[in-house]
Design a protein around this ligand. Structure first.
Ligand code: HEC
Ligand code: HEC
Length: 446
């Protein structure tokens, strides 16, 4: 009898059914910053030593700097941000993206999903500074030089594509690699190198999730707590851990769905924005929805040859990769919907779009002005740390005709590289220059 009731409750409430009460957004945030779901990667002592392997000029400056100054430079180098509420005078403790454990700092979701815009830290904003490759290389060298010995992960990540430019990651590649270690019931199996077209991605902001029914850029995954747990699938995580953590991730999903976009902090020309709204509703709303008093969001999948943006993210995930999700625990063995062969990218909501530069799924377009002017998008660009371009709405950048000779190519976004094209989405070209200005002004207000 009880089992029947339970079965009915599960069928009715599905993945939302909770043991022990309502999912709580505040609890979700608290768990992300305090409970490790991955093993510690390094400790504070090692973090404080990383400067010793920096390029010569930086290293010389760091040698005579205070601990607080060094921490600031390190945060900038690795794309770390301070946790909101962190005492500005305290040069210790992990950034937003790590949890303090007895063994050291363990990565959390904010490594990619907690960033800053114009210097202001916002949890849920994509981290457009994250530099996983630089960090991994510096950790490896520091361990070698200090005689601490390498860990298996230090060796493993040498041959794995961690990101070709700072601010982007091979997040989908991690997912595929984690999946390759698991059977459908999440028990471990021997890892075999994956067959995957590695590439760089820019994460979407978390405040979009509440408008969506399906997750990810191609809308292939169900919006339940289980797919959110993909990033906890390191080999140390047992199937038992996963079921124990389910409740936590219901809170995490509630937190993600509670987030609101930040408001544009500078002035908006209301007359222009009002004209822009009419133009937007006539030309863009059918894909991106409407905003303000009447909120709509069609969650429209736009075929690849229509939108014309870089194809690699879509084609890299094959139906075979996606069937892991459909056939396994993550989708309750197919009870939750999984799209095996999506044909394009889903037009995202544009709430808080002023804050989420760079644009498109691969982060290839530095400002909204460039998004609206496809022919003028830069081939190679480099951002500043915290500069915000209020005129073009987005990142303050320098542009180049080709990648300069440099010892730090990951500081540059080179749109000629595989998976990094800034082409496509030329819908704005139905507008003239003045109309584009109006739409740009309107976009600030979303
Ligand atoms: C290495 C970077 C990285 C880490 C770490 C990471 N994510 Fe993501 N996340 C991404 C990227 C990139 C995407 C977009 C993937 C896609 O659609 O192909 C994404 C997508 C998502 C989405 C879907 C958003 C949408 O609008 O469809 C959610 C929700 C999400 N991540 C939650 C999490 C949670 C929870 C964690 C921690 C357990 C996490 N992520 C860890 C990079 C990351
Ligand atoms: C036919 C559907 C369609 C129309 C019409 C359309 N878009 Fe889009 N838009 C998309 C899709 C799909 C994407 C995601 C493409 C990608 O990331 O590769 C997108 C991406 C964007 C982005 C970047 C979002 C981000 O988070 O990076 C902005 C900004 C945008 N569109 C604005 C507009 C504006 C303004 C108009 C009208 C002038 C417009 N779009 C018309 C489908 C459309």
């Amino acid at each position: 009898m009880t089992r029947t009731v339970l079965a009915i409750a599960l069928a009715v409430f599905g993945p939302l059914a909770v043991r022990g009460g309502e999912p709580l957004p505040e609890r979700g945030y608290e768990l992300l910053v305090s409970k490790p779901y991955l093993p510690a990667e390094f400790d504070e002592e090692l973090f404080d030593d990383l400067w010793k392997v920096w390029p010569q000029e930086m290293r010389e400056k760091a040698a005579t700097a205070t601990k607080a100054e060094r921490r600031k430079t390190a945060f900038s180098r690795y794309g770390f941000v301070e946790r909101p509420g962190h005492d500005a005078d305290d040069p210790t403790g992990p950034p937003l993206s790590y949890v303090q454990t007895k063994e050291g700092w363990a990565t959390n979701c904010f490594l990619c999903h907690g960033g800053k815009v114009a210097g202001r830290v916002i949890p849920g904003l994509p981290n457009s500074h994250v530099a996983m490759k630089t960090l991994a290389d510096d950790i490896r060298w520091t361990r070698l030089l200090s005689g601490k010995g390498l860990r298996p992960s230090d060796v493993g990540n040498m041959s794995f594509h961690l990101g070709g430019s700072d601010g982007t990651t091979n997040a989908v590649g991690f997912g595929v690699a984690f999946a390759a270690m698991r059977n459908a019931d999440m028990s471990l199996k021997p890892y075999r190198p994956i067959d995957f077209d590695h590439h760089d991605m820019d994460a979407p902001p978390w405040w979009h999730a509440k408008k969506k029914e399906m997750l990810y850029l191609d809308g292939h995954a169900p919006k339940t707590h289980r797919p959110l747990m993909t990033f906890t699938l390191a080999p140390d995580t047992s199937p038992r851990d996963l079921t124990d953590w389910e409740e936590d991730f219901r809170h995490v999903l509630a937190y993600i769905e509670s987030l609101e976009p930040p408001a544009y902090p500078w002035e908006i020309d209301e007359t222009r924005a009002a004209r822009g709204r009419v133009l937007f509703e006539a030309n863009c709303a059918k894909c991106h929805g409407t905003y303000g008093e009447v909120e709509t969001y069609p969650e429209m999948m736009v075929p690849l040859d229509d939108v014309g943006t870089d194809p690699v993210r879509l084609t890299s995930l094959t139906p075979k990769h996606r069937s892991w999700l459909k056939e396994g625990w993550m989708s309750r063995y197919g009870k939750d919907p999984v799209v095996l062969d999506p044909k394009g990218y889903v037009a995202p909501p544009l709430d808080g779009i002023w804050a989420t530069a760079p644009y498109l799924h691969n982060g290839s377009v530095p400002t909204l002005w460039h998004l609206l002017n496809p022919d003028d998008r830069p081939k190679v660009w480099k951002r500043t740390e915290d500069g915000y371009d209020q005129d073009r709405v987005g990142l303050e950048i320098e542009t180049f005709d080709s990648l300069p000779l440099t010892s730090s190519p990951r500081d540059y976004f080179d749109t000629t590289k595989h998976g990094k094209s800034a082409g496509g989405h030329d819908y704005p070209d139905v507008l003239d220059e003045n109309e584009k200005r109006d739409v740009l002004e309107y976009l600030k207000s979303l």
